[in-house]
Design a binder for this molecule. Structure first.
Ligand code: MN
Length: 248
């Protein structure tokens, strides 16, 4: 069987790096690339345009190049995209990347491509389809009782999540719970109309969204940092490859 092409959107260095002769660079997480390959897909890295007026054009062309799409982690989503002014606790944002990824995820869903979102990717997809976020959990959600911005080594799981019975995630991971890492200071406030909340942390923070109809699975944790040690996390990438391989 032909291996599906799994695209990853890229991040961009904002400061010159001595590692690459002070050049700026666009890049994607290597452990995401390796997870795609290990899961049976062919990875493809997609750059965003420098000008938001080109976001739609890039998305329209790029959507024809892949079978499945990973929206990886990265900076905060610009709150103006869900109708809010920025609070002081908001982190760094990248408006060009926001505009491109919103156009791309919409184009991907329209074209029936499989989508998998990680951390910022979950938040971005939620905003793209009409949901909203807590700009900062500590500042805006008094119910938070867990450390969601772990200081522990990034691959190390630090809190549990519980899946809705009958959800895609329960089927993919074969369990109603998972022990996951947590490196987010933002989280879902209102889920988009097409996305179902299918995992919570113990303090009620949303940890996953999905839509069977739209072929979308979104997680708030970082399975790409975990799968080499916590093998079951590779199943999320294998599921994406499987969803991307379906004939339409
Ligand atoms: Mn968390």
């Amino acid at each position: 069987m032909k291996k599906p092409i799994i695209a990853i959107t890229s991040d961009s260095l904002l400061e010159p790096s001595p590692i690459i002769n002070l050049n700026l660079a666009d890049f994607a997480p290597r452990n995401c690339k390796e997870a795609i390959i290990t899961a049976g897909g062919i990875p493809l890295i997609l750059p965003f345009p420098p000008d938001i007026s080109m976001a739609e054009e890039f998305a329209e062309v790029h959507v024809n190049l892949f079978d499945g799409l990973i929206l990886p982690g990265g900076p905060d989503v610009d709150p103006t995209l869900y109708g809010e002014e920025p609070i002081p606790e908001l982190g760094g944002t990248a408006y060009q990347r926001d505009a491109y990824e919103i156009a791309l995820v919409k184009a991907a869903v329209k074209a029936g491509k499989a989508v998998f979102g990680i951390c910022r990717g979950l938040q971005l997809a939620n905003v793209a389809f009409g949901g909203s976020l807590y700009q900062d959990l500590k500042a805006q959600n008094p119910n938070v009782r867990l450390k969601h911005s772990q200081i522990a080594y990034g691959a190390h799981p630090t809190h549990h999540v519980e899946f809705t019975v009958g959800s895609q995630l329960e089927k993919i991971l074969g369990s109603t719970t998972s022990y996951v890492n947590s490196r987010h200071h933002q989280a879902v406030k209102e889920a988009a109309p097409n996305l179902k909340i299918t995992a919570y942390a113990e303090d009620g923070i949303v940890e996953a969204l999905e839509s069977v109809e739209d072929n979308i699975v979104l997680v708030q944790w970082h399975p790409e940092n975990m799968w080499q040690i916590q093998k079951e996390q590779l199943k999320l990438f294998e599921d994406l490859v499987k969803r991307a391989s379906k004939e339409d």
